[in-house]
Design a binder for this molecule. Structure first.
Ligand code: ADP
Length: 354
C-alpha cells in the first residue's frame, strides 16, 4: 500500500482522510486518488502491478478521458478500459472503472475492478464447452462401438485382441484430450503475471526438451539447443515449459523421420525469442492464422495419427499473451516451420546488461 506525499506545500496541506484510505484498502478492487494534473496521491498495489499506472503516468487514454469528463461535469462516470499486458502481442487486461469526484473541483477517486475480465472468461468458457462436447463424442463413441464389438467377438481371441488394442488407443486419446482441456482452461483462467516468478529461459528450454526426448528418439529426430543464455522471464514456470514443450512436440510430429529440430534463443530490445525450427511438412499460407484456434487442424487424419488434440497451439498462444508476449510463425510447405515464442525479458536482466 502506498501513500505518496508530495513536496509541494499545496498538496501536503491536502491530507486525505484516514478513514477514506482505510476503506479503499479494504475494497476488493483497486483504487487511486488523483490530484489535478493526474498526480497520484494514493494508490493500492494492484494499480501499478496491473499496469494502470506506470512511472506515475496513467496508461489508458480512455481512463484519462473519463477523468477529464468527471473534472468537467463533477458527476461520476463508469466505463471499461484495456491495458496491454506487455510491450508486444495482443494480450490485454480488461477492467471496469468508476471515476468519482471527491471534492468539488480537486480530487478524483478511480475504482478499478476486473468485472469485464470475469465476463470475458465466462464467454470463453461457454464457447469452449460447446467445442469440447463435440470433440469428446468421437473417442467416446468409438469406445462404445468397440466394446460392443468385443462382446460380439468373445469366442474369437484374435478379434478380441484387435478391438481391445484399439480401445486402449481411444482411451489414451480421451485421456490426452481431457488433460489438454484442463491445461488450456488453467491457462485461460489464471493470471500468471499476478503471482509471477522469475524463470530462466535456458532452464525452461531444457526442461521442455527433456520432456520430448522419448518422442524424438522414437522418430529418430535429433533436437539441438547449443546456446546458453542468462536471460529470464517473469511468469508461471509450468505454463512456460508447457508452451515450449508444445512447440517442440509439434515440430517432431509434423516432420519426417530422421530430420532435425533446432531451438535457438535471441534477445532484441528487451524481448527474447525462443524459436523452434523443424524440417517438416510446413503450413500452407491459408492456414497460418487458423492453426492457433482451438481444435483446428490442417489435416485432421494426420493429427489423429499423432494423437494431436488440436489444442497445443492455442495453449501456446494463450500462454504467450498472458505473459505479455506473442507467438509468431514462419513456414514454407515441404521445407519447414519456425515457431517463435516471444516474451519480455525480466527487467533486472535488462538493467544489469546495460
Ligand atoms: P495438434 O494437437 O493437432 O498438433 P496444435 O494446436 O498443436 O494441434 O496444432 C494445430 C495444427 O497446426 C496441427 O494439427 C497441424 O496441422 C499444424 N501444425 C502445428 N505445428 C506444426 C508444425 N511444426 N509443422 C506443420 N504443421 C504444424
Amino acid at each position: 500500500m502506498k501513500f505518496l506525499r508530495r513536496d509541494s506545500e499545496e498538496l501536503d496541506s491536502r491530507a486525505l482522510p484516514e478513514m477514506l484510505l482505510e476503506t479503499l484498502k479494504m475494497l476488493d478492487g483497486d483504487s487511486m486518488i488523483l490530484a489535478p494534473g493526474e498526480i497520484p496521491l494514493f494508490l493500492t498495489p494492484g494499480i501499478e502491478a496491473l499496469g494502470v499506472l506506470r512511472d506515475g503516468k496513467i496508461q489508458s487514454p480512455e481512463l484519462l478521458a473519463t477523468i477529464r469528463v468527471v473534472r468537467r461535469t463533477h458527476a461520476q462516470q463508469v466505463g471499461k478500459i484495456d491495458i496491454p499486458r506487455g510491450p508486444i502481442g495482443e494480450g490485454k487486461h480488461e477492467f471496469t472503472i468508476k471515476v468519482l469526484p471527491l471534492t468539488k473541483d480537486e480530487l478524483v477517486l478511480v475504482l478499478v475492478s476486473d468485472e469485464s475480465e470475469a465476463q470475458r472468461v465466462h464467454d470463453v468458457r461457454r464457447d469452449f464447452v460447446a467445442n469440447i462436447s463435440h470433440e469428446l463424442k468421437t473417442p467416446i463413441g468409438a469406445l462404445s462401438l468397440l466394446s460392443e464389438a468385443v462382446l460380439g467377438a468373445k469366442d474369437d481371441p484374435e478379434s478380441v485382441t484387435k478391438f481391445a488394442t484399439r480401445m486402449q488407443s481411444e482411451a489414451k486419446r480421451l485421456t490426452d484430450l481431457v488433460q489438454e482441456i484442463i491445461n488450456l482452461s488453467r491457462v485461460q483462467d489464471s493470471d500468471p503475471l499476478q503471482l509471477a516468478q522469475e524463470v530462466g529461459v535456458e532452464y525452461l528450454v531444457r526442461e521442455a526438451m527433456d520432456q520430448c526426448q522419448i518422442l524424438a528418439d522414437n522418430r529418430n529426430i535429433s533436437i539441438t539447443y547449443a546456446e546458453t543464455t542468462s536471460a529470464s522471464v517473469l511468469g508461471d514456470r509450468d505454463q512456460l515449459i508447457m508452451a515450449v514443450h508444445n512447440l517442440i512436440e509439434n515440430a517432431i510430429n509434423y516432420s519426417p523421420e530422421g530430420t532435425k529440430v533446432s531451438i535457438t534463443t535471441q534477445t532484441t530490445n528487451g524481448i527474447i525469442d525462443i524459436s523452434v525450427t523443424d524440417q517438416g511438412i510446413g503450413i500452407p499460407d491459408t492456414e497460418k492464422e487458423r492453426i492457433f484456434e482451438r481444435f483446428y487442424r490442417v489435416d485432421p487424419a494426420r493429427s489423429r495419427q499423432t494423437g494431436g488434440t488440436g489444442l497445443g497451439l492455442s495453449i501456446v498462444k494463450h500462454v504467450a499473451s498472458k505473459h505479455g508476449g506473442e507467438v509468431t510463425l514462419w513456414s514454407v510447405e515441404n521445407v519447414g516451420s519456425t515457431f517463435s515464442l516471444r516474451l519480455p525479458v525480466f527487467e533486472t536482466q535488462i538493467e544489469s546488461a546495460q
